[in-house]
Design a protein around this ligand. Structure first.
Ligand SMILES: [Zn+2]
Length: 337
C-alpha cells in the first residue's frame, strides 16, 4: 500500500534504507499476553517482514484490560492467544508474514526456527526466560528482556558477546518473584515496557546496535520513579550461559518440569509425558456430558470440580488445582499419558 510507511521513512532514525531493512527481518515474540500483544501490533504496523509469535495460553476476560489484540469474542470462544493474535495482526498488516504457534517455546521449537534477527521477551515465567537467554547466547541473537507487574516495569537489551546476560545478572538483581498475577497490573506499565522493547528492536533491526540502551531500566509509573542501572560490570567470565565455557544449561530438556503451577491463576499446567498425539474429538466423545466449550484448537471439560482446558498438543491447564502432583494424577486419570 502506497505511503503506508511514509511517517517512518521521513523519520531520520529509520529512513528509506531502514524501512527496507525492517521488511527484510524476522522477529520472534515469545508470549502473546500483554507485552506480546503490544510488541506484535507495533512491529506489524512498522512493517517488520516476518513475525513469529508463540503462546501457550488462551484468552480470558481478565486479559482484556491490557492485552490489546483481543476482544470479548476471543474470550468467549475461548481462542488460543496465538491464533487470535494472528487474525488481528493480519487485519492490521496483510503485507507481512505472521506465523503463530500455540504451544511452548521449548528447545525443539527454538532450534527449528531458522534465522531470527531479534527476540522479544513477552513471557510471564522465569524458566522460559532463562531458556531464551541460553538460546540467544548460543546463536548470537540479540534479545530484549521485559517484565511488568502493577505499575512497575523493567527492560534490558542483551547483545550476545557484549552485554551481561540475564544469567549474569541473576545473583545481583532481583528479576524474579514479582511476575505473579496476584498484585494486578495496569496497561500503561505494559505500554511503557513495550515502547522501550519495540524501539530497541527497531534500532537493532535497522542495524544500529550502537544506538541500543546499555543500562537496565526500571520505572514505577504510579510512584513516579525511574532508575537506570549500569550492569556491564556484572558480566561474568564463568557464566554458564555466556561465559568462556558456556554450556547453556537451560536448553537441556531434562531441566524441564512435567507440570507447573501457574502463578496467581489457581491452576496447574500439565505437559504430556511424551510427545504423544492427543485427539480432541476422541476426548470430546469420551466426555460428551462434561464438555463446556470446544473449538478447533482446544476443549474445555468440567471433570470433578476442576476445569480442564486441553490443547491439541496435549498440554492441559487444570483450573481449581494448585498441587502439581495431584494435577498430574488427575491428568493421568482423565487424559492419559
Ligand atoms: Zn552471562
Amino acid at each position: 500500500m502506497k505511503n503506508r510507511y511514509s511517517r517512518q521513512t521521513m523519520f531520520s532514525g529509520i529512513g528509506r534504507d531502514g524501512q527496507k531493512l525492517l521488511l527484510d527481518k524476522h522477529v520472534l515474540i515469545v508470549g502473546a499476553g500483554a507485552l506480546g500483544s503490544a510488541a506484535a501490533e507495533t512491529l506489524a504496523r512498522a512493517g517488520v517482514g516476518r513475525i513469529t509469535i508463540i503462546d501457550r495460553d488462551y484468552v480470558e476476560y481478565s486479559n482484556l484490560n491490557r492485552q490489546q489484540l483481543y476482544t470479548e469474542n476471543d474470550a468467549a470462544l475461548p481462542m488460543p492467544k496465538a491464533r487470535a493474535a494472528k487474525e488481528r495482526l493480519e487485519a492490521v498488516n496483510s503485507e507481512i508474514t505472521i506465523e503463530a504457534v500455540v504451544g511452548e517455546a521449548d528447545p525443539a521449537f527454538l532450534e527449528n526456527l531458522g534465522t531470527v534477527d531479534v527476540i522479544i521477551d513477552a513471557l510471564d515465567n522465569f524458566d522460559t526466560r532463562m531458556l531464551l537467554n541460553d538460546f540467544s547466547q548460543k546463536h548470537g541473537i540479540p534479545w530484549i528482556y521485559g517484565a511488568c507487574v502493577g505499575s512497575y516495569g523493567l527492560t534490558y537489551t542483551i547483545l550476545p558477546g557484549e552485554s551481561a546476560c540475564l544469567h549474569c545478572l541473576m545473583e545481583d538483581i532481583p528479576l524474579d518473584g514479582e511476575t505473579c498475577d496476584t498484585v494486578g497490573i495496569i496497561a500503561p506499565a505494559v505500554q511503557m515496557v513495550s515502547s522501550h522493547q519495540t524501539t530497541e528492536a527497531m534500532k537493532l533491526l535497522t542495524e544500529q546496535p550502537e544506538k541500543s540502551r546499555k543500562t537496565l531500566l526500571s520505572f514505577d509509573l504510579w510512584s513516579n520513579e525511574t532508575s537506570e542501572v549500569q550492569v556491564e560490570t556484572l558480566k561474568k567470565a564463568e557464566c554458564p550461559s555466556c561465559g568462556e565455557h558456556a554450556h547453556h544449561p537451560f536448553l537441556q530438556y531434562e531441566n524441564r518440569a512435567k507440570s507447573e503451577v501457574l502463578c496467581g491463576r489457581d491452576a496447574v499446567q500439565v505437559r504430556p509425558g511424551s510427545r504423544q498425539y492427543i485427539s480432541l474429538p476422541d476426548l470430546k466423545n469420551r466426555y460428551e456430558n462434561q464438555v463446556q466449550k470446544e473449538n478447533p484448537y482446544l476443549l474445555v471439560l468440567q471433570l470433578e470440580d476442576k476445569r480442564f482446558v486441553i490443547f491439541e498438543d496435549g498440554r492441559t491447564i487444570i483450573h481449581g488445582e494448585n498441587d502439581k502432583a495431584k494435577a498430574r494424577t488427575l491428568y493421568q486419570k482423565y487424559i492419559g499419558g
